[in-house]
Design a protein around this ligand. Structure first.
Ligand code: KG4
Ligand code: ZN
Length: 345
């Protein structure tokens, strides 16, 4: 079963072919980072226009690299949400059109569920059933949440950010520190060798009793707007390059505050789980991977980190989720509209 996946929920234009839900035959990603860098973040109109220009070529490239003819594609899948409406619409419409032209089924996939299925891609990846019950940290530029995966396809949202995503906190922090965009990799690099205790930034957690969305446990929710504001105020008083701590020390301290909040959330969610997993762009962070490994070892649970090749947005994870039978098909699939706040469950 060869699924051609399409992903355009944010600023990556991506297409991939995955066989039987786990064998990646091709994975083509065109990043728009350079287009958005001057603005310090993703501009939705620019993203959607670029998707429309690039997607036909990216889809054909994915089919060619997979070594398949069009008639060997068995299903077409595309991200339906959550994401930027105008960006989602491009991939979703292209996916439906292609499926109709090829006379193949169409499948609309949830982007968060696709990130979960990125855990099953790559040489050393487990199979979905092997890791359940599992607590998964989905952490990217658009999302930060903790999900309990009871068994494949059965999810419970345990907690999520009440404001910024962790990736946004990295991006905004790097901008304040003059480290460029995207900020996550820049802070990760700058923080190497820096003193993590040079500056004490707030740990980005919800206080008990503070408002939390959808009745979620405040101890499992995150808040990252305070840490970014704390950095802003800190830099006003101690400009980088002045007499205070070096940029590496500030970056390491800032990164530690974000990572500490994520790790504490994971620790609080682990009870009864067999496995701790992490996926999404921020799951590339070296310090986060190190701290999650220590947490899993201490708790005696298996750690599954998405293969670095599939952490940031890609279409292989979309095709993998569809290939595993997830997503919305048939008439309901073809009726799907771009769904910016599509829920996971
Ligand atoms: O998964 P992704 O491509 O996009 C969304 O679905 O949002 O993740 C992109 C985010 C950006 O915010 C980027 O700064 C962050 O992932 N990121 C990192 C690292 N690499 C990428 N954050 C921290 N450390 C990294 N090494
Ligand atoms: Zn994503």
């Amino acid at each position: 079963m060869n699924v051609l996946g399409i992903e355009t929920s944010c600023d990556e234009t991506a297409a991939a072919v995955v066989r039987d839900g786990c064998r990646v035959l091709s994975n083509v990603v065109l990043s728009q980072t350079d287009l958005h860098a001057p603005y310090g973040g993703v501009v939705p109109e620019i993203a959607s226009r670029r998707h429309a220009e690039a997607l036909p070529g990216i889809i054909d490239e994915a089919r060619r690299r997979a070594g398949l003819a069009w008639h060997e594609i068995d299903e077409v899948a595309a991200t339906a949400g959550p994401g930027l409406a105008a960006a989602l619409l491009v991939g979703l419409s292209a996916g439906k059109g292609l499926a109709l032209a090829l006379e193949r089924p169409f499948c609309g996939v949830n982007h968060l569920e696709a990130h979960l299925y990125s855990l099953f891609l790559g040489a050393s990846a487990p199979a979905p059933g092997e890791i359940c019950p599992c607590v998964a940290l989905l952490v990217s530029g658009g999302h930060t949440c903790l999900v309990r995966v009871e068994r494949p396809g059965s999810y419970r949202m345990l907690g999520r950010t009440v404001d910024d995503a962790a990736g946004e906190a990295f991006d905004k922090g790097a901008n304040l520190l003059g480290l460029g965009y995207p900020g996550g990799p820049a802070i990760d690099r700058a923080a190497r060798g820096g003193a993590r205790d040079a500056v004490r930034f707030p740990r980005g957690r919800q206080r008990k009793g503070a408002g939390c969305p959808d009745g979620l446990d405040p101890a499992l929710c995150f808040s990252f707007s305070g840490v970014k504001t704390a950095l802003l105020y800190y830099l006003r008083e101690h400009p980088a390059g002045g007499a205070g701590p070096a940029v590496a020390d500030i970056a390491a301290s800032y990164q530690e505050a974000i990572v500490e909040a994520l790790v504490r959330g994971c620790r609080g969610a682990l009870e009864g789980a067999r496995c701790l997993a992490a996926a999404g762009g921020v799951a590339l962070n070296g310090r986060l991977r190190e701290r999650l490994a220590a947490l899993a070892a201490a708790a005696g649970v298996r750690l599954v980190l998405a293969d670095p090749a599939y952490c940031t947005d890609n279409a292989a994870m979309v095709a993998a989720a569809a290939g595993a039978g997830r997503g919305i098909r048939g008439a309901a699939g073809l009726r799907l509209d771009a769904w910016p706040n599509m829920p996971l469950a």
